[in-house]
Write a new protein. Structure first.
Length: 372
């Protein structure tokens, strides 16, 4: 009889990532947490197919357990790596324009988002700061870069190059990833990059849930990876409405773990808002992005959502955030089972670097074990 296992798909976030770095950090963290429950770690190679039907070898790790977790005798950790798809796809000028446009749109959205009334009560100023803080700091870095290019003389070329390198590292390596992935308009030049990132994630998850030896699958995402994870589950839920095999396999998806997640910010800044006059278009758009949305619009004439929310009902969603992480926050626009506020108790409690402190935080793996 074939042994049963649990699969965890981990999706990395913003920044200049290298293959298997996320797998390494996450795998070591879970191995440490399991302690005596872990027998040994195995490097596994398995044949997979991409969305074009082409064969490739997936490389992942298997944690063999000394005692079962549910029916599972092992935990496989698969990394979805996408950083290579955003390399050299955006310039600092385009990022500056994206930040400016996003901030202008945010001011209008803040006035015209009725969901905020039930979420933030009388704390709109604080909520506005939490939503826009990262963008304003990104704009500050962009303006610093322009200042350097215009005003620092040539005889200070060493200083000029150093400031340019640091500024571009932050803008292109971090803010740039968000700018590219949020290019949801099909007319956007970055839409194809976003589509490639998402289709790769969908394909990997569909391959994993189709494996008969997995009895449960958990999806985990850090930073922008949590947005990719969310979009992946949303797309699979839509596809499962029409494809019985996808629906049966997707029943294995039992948990979503997000940490350092900007999902609320993405929803606020980039959710398409449609006037009540366009109530047909508005509801079609909402239906296609309806996975665990907290509060839907009240339309003058309602249209039934054809998408069966069975993934909504099957999974437990845990979200970890830190008050000094400018990217993350509570997820209030989504129906999350628990928002967990973190305190690391080390150097990662400081503003900014809190965003990368989750990997060494024991409570991350404690919450993961709840889902296993």
């Amino acid at each position: 009889m074939q042994e049963k296992g649990t699969a965890v798909v981990i999706i990395h976030g913003i920044g200049q990532q290298n293959p298997f770095e996320t797998l390494d950090s996450f795998g070591r963290g879970l191995a440490t947490h399991l302690g005596a429950k872990l027998k040994h770690i195995e490097h596994v190679l398995a044949p997979f197919s991409n969305n074009k039907g082409e064969k490739y070898i997936d490389s992942f790790i298997r944690l063999h357990l000394s005692q079962k977790m549910g029916e599972a005798t092992f935990i496989d950790i698969h990394e979805y790596y996408w950083a290579n798809l955003t390399e050299r796809q955006i310039t600092t000028a385009e990022i500056g324009e994206w930040i400016s446009t996003t901030l202008k749109g945010a001011k209008n959205a803040f006035k015209n988002t009725p969901e905020l009334n039930s979420i933030v009560a009388n704390q709109k100023k604080d909520y506005w700061y939490k939503l826009t803080d990262l963008l304003y700091k990104g704009m500050l870095v962009y303006r610093l870069l322009r200042f350097v290019n215009l005003l620092i003389p040539k005889w200070l070329i060493g200083l000029k190059n150093w400031i340019q390198q640091q500024s571009e590292y932050i803008l292109i390596g971090y803010v740039g990833d968000i700018a590219i992935y949020t290019g949801m308009d099909v007319k956007s030049k970055n839409f194809n990059v976003r589509s490639s990132i998402l289709s790769g994630s969908i394909n990997l998850l569909k391959e994993i849930i189709s494996k008969p030896y997995y009895q449960k699958v958990i999806v985990a995402g850090h930073s922008l990876g949590s947005v990719i994870a969310y979009d992946t589950l949303n797309k699979i839920q839509t596809e499962a409405t029409l494809k019985e095999d996808v629906k049966q396999n997707a029943k294995k998806i039992g948990g979503l773990l997000t940490f350092g997640s900007p999902l609320d910010k993405i929803y606020f800044f980039f959710n398409e808002r449609t006037s009540n006059e366009q109530y047909i278009r508005g509801q079609i758009t909402e239906n296609l992005h309806s996975f665990r949305i907290y509060n839907r619009t009240q339309w003058p004439l309602g249209i039934k959502n054809p998408i069966t929310p069975f993934i909504d009902e099957n999974i437990v969603w845990l979200n970890l955030y830190h008050s000094n992480d400018p990217v993350s926050g509570r997820l209030d626009f989504y129906t999350v089972d628990e928002n967990v506020k973190c305190t690391f108790g080390n150097k990662y409690d400081k503003w900014g670097i809190a965003h990368v402190g989750y990997w060494e935080y024991s409570e991350l793996y404690t919450n993961l074990e709840k889902l296993l």
